[in-house]
Design a protein around this ligand. Structure first.
Ligand code: 5GP
Length: 248
C-alpha cells in the first residue's frame, strides 16, 4: 500500500490519494468527537475497530447488491475506496426513538416505529447539522429530487439488510447515518458505517455499544466497539485480515 498526498482531513478520518486518480485510501484515526466537534478526545484502537467494522458492513451491503465506495480493507485502520464527489447531506434511518428525535419531538424514548423514519440533515458544523427538507436541499444546490429519491430508497434497503444481519448477532439498530457521493454519475454509499455513525444496542439488555457512551461521558467506549467487532466478524474475517485473537 502506498499512501499518496493527503487530500482531506476530517474529524476522525484522513483521505489520501493513491496511484489511481479514481481511488483513495481512508485512514481511520483514534480521534472521537461529539457536539459538532466541541467535545474531542483520542481513544487508542478506535480507528482499528471502526475500520474493520465498516469494512464488514460494506461487504455485507455489497453482497446484498448495494453499491458503495468500498473496495477493500488494506489493513486494519485503512480502507481503499472509490473517490466520490460527496453530497453534504446526512441521511439518517431510525427504527427506535432516541437521541435528537426524543429531544426535539414528543416521541417516547425506546419506542419502536412500525415503519422506519428517514431524516436528512445538512452536514455542517457551522450551522449545527440542521434538518433539511427536499426543497431546501435542492435550492441549496446540493442535490436533485431524483438523487434524494435514490438516497432515500438505498437507505431503506441498507436499513433492512443491516437490521437483519445485526439481529442474528444479538444487536439492535435503533438508528444510523449514511453519507452518499457521486461516482461516474452513480450514487454510492460513502463515508463509514461504524459505532461512531450507528446506534447499536445489545438486544436483551438494550445496553449501548456505540458513540453515545462518549457523548454521555460514560467511558467503556473501546470495550463496546470491541464487543461489536467480535459479534459481527467471523473466523474467515479474522484470518484474512490477520486480526489478533486478543483484540477481539
Ligand atoms: P441523532 O440525530 O439522534 O443525534 O443521530 C441519529 C443517528 O445518526 C445516530 O446513529 C448518530 O450516530 C448518527 N449521526 C447523526 N449525525 C451525526 C454526525 O454528525 N456524526 C456522526 N458520526 N453520526 C451522526
Amino acid at each position: 500500500m502506498k499512501l499518496g498526498k493527503l487530500l482531506y482531513t476530517g474529524k476522525a478520518k484522513d483521505i489520501y490519494k493513491t496511484d489511481n486518480p479514481d481511488e483513495v485510501i481512508i485512514r481511520f484515526r483514534d480521534d472521537i468527537t461529539a457536539g459538532d466537534g466541541e467535545k474531542h478526545d483520542k481513544i487508542p484502537m478506535k480507528g482499528y475497530y471502526n475500520s474493520i467494522i465498516s469494512a464488514k458492513f460494506f461487504e455485507v451491503l455489497e453482497a446484498a447488491g448495494i453499491k458503495t465506495h468500498y473496495i477493500t480493507l488494506v489493513k486494519p485502520g485503512y480502507i481503499l475506496a472509490r473517490k466520490l464527489e460527496m453530497i453534504p447531506i446526512e441521511v439518517i434511518a431510525r427504527n427506535i426513538a432516541t437521541g435528537s428525535l426524543t429531544r426535539r419531538y414528543p416521541f417516547k424514548e425506546g419506542q419502536e416505529f412500525k415503519e422506519p423514519i428517514i431524516q436528512m440533515d445538512y452536514k455542517s458544523d457551522e450551522y449545527g447539522d440542521p434538518m433539511l427538507n427536499d426543497d431546501i436541499a435542492v435550492a441549496l444546490g446540493f442535490t436533485t429530487m431524483d438523487e434524494l429519491d435514490k438516497m432515500r430508497k438505498i437507505t431503506l434497503k441498507v436499513n433492512n439488510i443491516l437490521k437483519g444481519f445485526l439481529k442474528e448477532r444479538g444487536l439492535l439498530l435503533p438508528d444510523f447515518k449514511l453519507e452518499f457521493g457521486r461516482y461516474n454519475s452513480k450514487i454510492l454509499v460513502g463515508d463509514e458505517i461504524s459505532p461512531d455513525t450507528c446506534r447499536l444496542w445489545e438486544m436483551k439488555t438494550r445496553k449501548t455499544l456505540d458513540k453515545d457512551l462518549f457523548r454521555r461521558g460514560e467511558g467503556g467506549v473501546i470495550d463496546a466497539y470491541r464487543i461489536v467487532a467480535s459479534l459481527i466478524l467471523d473466523d474467515r474475517d479474522k484470518k484474512r485480515w490477520k486480526l489478533e485473537d486478543d483484540l477481539l
